[in-house]
Design a protein around this ligand. Structure first.
Ligand SMILES: Cc1cc2nc3c(=O)[nH]c(=O)nc-3n(C[C@H](O)[C@H](O)[C@H](O)COP(=O)(O)O)c2cc1C
Length: 243
């Protein structure tokens, strides 16, 4: 009897994990397509590999972390942006699938965008770039420095526009609700929090500071940044050197 109960539990466990197993088995194909897509895109930009060389301890980063609203206009370099995006949604799993932040059922319903200002990032043009976790690359979604307009759409929190980059965290709920129903909304929002904290701590480790903004007009942000309407904006994080 005990054996049957345990076996049933195991089968349920396996069935619950099927999206992750399915996604893992299709991974080489997915990666090959992503790389081909990237090679074809003129407006894509490979980021330097993420290097873990910082000496700031986790305790130090947690203690130092503060929401900052004053930034210098100093540019970030591609390596710093690479580290930030890796901490947000980079691939960390040995099988090339699992990411830096936890995700319910490993469904990864989140997308990350970078709104870079003019000279916000050395060697990367001003505009809105989508981060592709599989290829660790950026692809241009909209051209131009949209930070001031983004700050306006965020109830005129103009301090945001002074940071060289604003990182936007979005959720495509359907990827989580497909398995979890309504609870998927809750899981996606929790995941945004994990990504936000990873960004805060990585910024500290790089000697940078981050702010966090949840007050904005969703539709205005979607239209301005020309991101898919199914990607609901949840958090915007201005990041740069502290003024
Ligand atoms: C979900 C969320 C939304 C927030 N939205 C804003 C915002 O729109 N504007 C702002 O200036 N700060 C915002 N904050 C920052 C909080 O004001 C800040 O975290 C709080 O004052 C605590 O300070 P600390 O982060 O420095 O510890 C937000 C924080 C969170 C977690």
């Amino acid at each position: 009897m005990l054996f049957i109960k345990e076996r049933r539990k195991f089968i349920i466990y396996l069935l619950n994990g099927w999206p992750a197993l399915w996604a893992t088995s299709l991974l080489p194909l997915k990666q090959a397509f992503a790389k081909r897509r990237l090679a074809k895109q003129e407006d894509s930009m490979q980021l330097p590999p993420a290097k873990s060389e910082e000496t700031v301890s986790v305790e130090q980063a947690i203690r130092q972390r503060r929401t900052v609203r004053g930034f210098l206009s100093t540019s970030l370099d591609a390596q710093q942006v690479s580290m930030l995006l890796w901490a947000a949604q980079g691939i960390t799993g040995k099988r090339g699938f699992k990411r830096a932040a936890p995700s319910a059922g490993a469904l990864y319903p989140m997308d990350v965008y970078v709104a870079a200002g003019t000279e916000g990032i050395e060697t990367i043009e001003a505009g809105v770039h989508h981060y592709d976790s599989q290829t660790h690359a950026l692809s241009l979604v909209a051209k131009g420095d949209l930070r001031a307009k983004l700050a306006h759409a965020s109830l005129s929190q103009m301090w945001m526009a002074r940071a060289p980059i604003n990182i936007l965290i979005t959720a495509e709920y359907k990827r989580a609700t497909g398995k979890y129903g309504k609870r998927g909304f809750r899981y996606a929002m929790i995941e945004a929090g994990h990504i936000g904290q990873n960004l805060f701590l990585q910024a500290e480790a790089l000697g940078l500071k981050a702010g966090i903004v949840g007050a904005f007009h969703d539709k205005k942000v979607i239209q301005l940044l020309t991101i898919p309407s199914k990607h609901e904006p949840l958090l915007i994080m201005p990041i740069g050197y502290h003024a």
